[in-house]
Design a protein around this ligand. Structure first.
Ligand SMILES: *[C@@H]1O[C@H](CO)[C@@H](O)[C@H](O)[C@H]1NC(C)=O
Ligand SMILES: *[C@@H]1O[C@H](CO)[C@@H](O)[C@H](O)[C@H]1NC(C)=O
Length: 413
């Protein structure tokens, strides 16, 4: 309730609270119709006719008394006293039975090293055992109706709207490449703060309706929860897209040369083991607490990681996806998602391998005279990490030119 008060007094402060951010721009987009609705319901007469107003008011008072109505109509009086900070009144989501939330593990907090850990490590330890979360947005039902050759499963943060749009327009287009079907999914959790979450959930609902490519679960999307995202995706795939021959699993800031990937994968058997990417081996947990990858002893006492592929982007076959699905429930969740998949492979007696065309650590230009953005470097590659959205568009455009050649004058930027 209190619609009139919000329409007239809250609109400007709301815009000020989210200045010029991505969320702000979208917030404006989403606020528009709502504010419009408020005004529509409560039109302000331009030239009030005093006699008419009095007559209507008298009639209304009489009706109120005759019906013994005790609550005032919402458009005459706001329910909350003016000046109370108002929570933006999104329409509440359709009621669905919510499973009981997973409770924090109190004995994890009793560990002597627990209290001294950074917040995200403590969160991880408290909720490490939670593996089942409701799906908020599902992919369109026909996502895998036709045999899928390559399923693009792209990890994205809830508010990374621009990145998803660019991926949709460029390398992630759902299409056929030499007869092979490509399908696209974004794997998303929920924003951490309640207000933010409600807003971004509306955005994801909109995207899901428009593109049918959103898989969203109701857990806090954070770096240490990426493993959870990975595990939930494998579970979803078991029932919804288990026949896809290959999966590209990657981040939303990579440039994937999906045409080259199809060429590479068409020579391979989806029912054999395949797990290729940027291979990382002979490393172990980082024990310095300022690092993004900090993993304290209270999480693992192990000093080495099994070989794994950098999580920015890797390819796997349906054979290997099934193996990971078998191994994951038997292992404790580990906060670093790509390492966790290495642990799953090890448990299944499988090895990740390296592909020289997958560069999740970036690309070195062969000479200082050439820009590392030259599309000719990318012509032979499968995947490169860290692209800005506009760079994706430029690269896609350059690689898609029918007369694209890498001669003396290939550099277009
Ligand atoms: C809770 O934490 C303790 C100590 O870390 C651990 O031994 C136990 O397995 C955890 N319980 C669950 C349900 O994960
Ligand atoms: C992972 O998500 C759960 C559910 O939202 C949350 O309770 C937990 O704190 C999150 N863990 C991290 C490390 O963010």
């Amino acid at each position: 309730m209190g619609i009139c008060a919000v329409g007239e007094t809250e609109e400007t402060p709301a815009q000020h609270r989210h200045p010029k951010t991505v969320q702000g721009a979208l917030g404006g987009l989403l606020l528009g119709p709502r504010a419009g609705l408020a005004r529509m319901r409560c039109p302000r007469p331009r030239r009030p006719d005093l006699g008419l107003v009095l007559a209507v008011a008298t009639f209304a008072v009489l009706v109120l008394f005759s019906l013994h109505v005790s609550t005032p109509p919402s458009c005459l009086l706001p329910e909350k006293p003016l000046g109370t900070p108002e929570v933006l009144p999104w329409p509440s989501p359709p009621a669905r039975p919510r499973p009981a939330p997973c409770l924090a593990n109190a004995s994890a907090a009793a560990h002597p090293d627990f209290a001294g850990q950074p917040r995200h490590v403590r969160d991880f330890l408290l909720y490490r055992h939670c593996r089942s979360f409701p799906l908020l947005q599902d992919a369109s039902p026909d996502k895998c109706a036709q045999p899928v050759f390559l399923l693009l499963a792209i990890k994205s943060s809830p508010s990374n709207y621009e990145r998803r749009e660019l991926v949709r327009r460029t390398w992630g287009q759902e299409r056929q490449v030499r007869g092979a079907q490509l399908r696209r999914l974004f794997l998303v959790g929920s924003a951490g703060h309640q207000h933010e979450a409600r807003k971004v959930n509306r955005l994801l609902e909109l995207e899901a309706r428009t593109h049918g490519d959103i898989l969203q679960w109701d857990f806090h999307d954070s770096f240490f929860n990426l493993t959870l995202k990975q595990v939930l995706f494998l579970e979803w795939q078991k029932t919804r897209c288990t026949d896809a021959s290959f999966v590209l699993n990657g981040d939303d800031d990579v440039f994937a040369h999906t045409d080259n990937m199809v060429t590479y994968l068409q020579g391979l058997d989806p029912d054999q083991h395949l797990f290729v990417g940027h291979l990382i081996q002979n490393v172990g947990p980082i024990r310095v607490s300022w690092s993004k990858y900090y993993v304290p002893q209270v999480v693992t006492r192990e000093e080495r990681y099994p070989p794994y592929c950098g999580g920015g982007g890797f390819l796997l076959s349906r054979f290997t996806a099934a193996a990971l699905r078998r191994a994951a429930p038997a292992l404790d969740l580990f906060p670093i998602d790509d390492v966790f998949l290495g642990m799953c492979l090890e448990r299944e007696g499988l090895k990740p391998t390296s592909h020289s065309g997958i560069r999740t650590a970036g690309v070195q230009a062969p000479s200082t005279r050439l820009s590392s953005f030259d599309p000719c470097f990318y012509r032979e590659l499968l995947l490169v990490h860290r692209f800005l959205p506009y760079e994706m568009l430029l690269m896609w455009d350059a690689l898609s030119q029918p007369d694209f050649t890498c001669g003396k004058r290939a550099q277009v930027f």
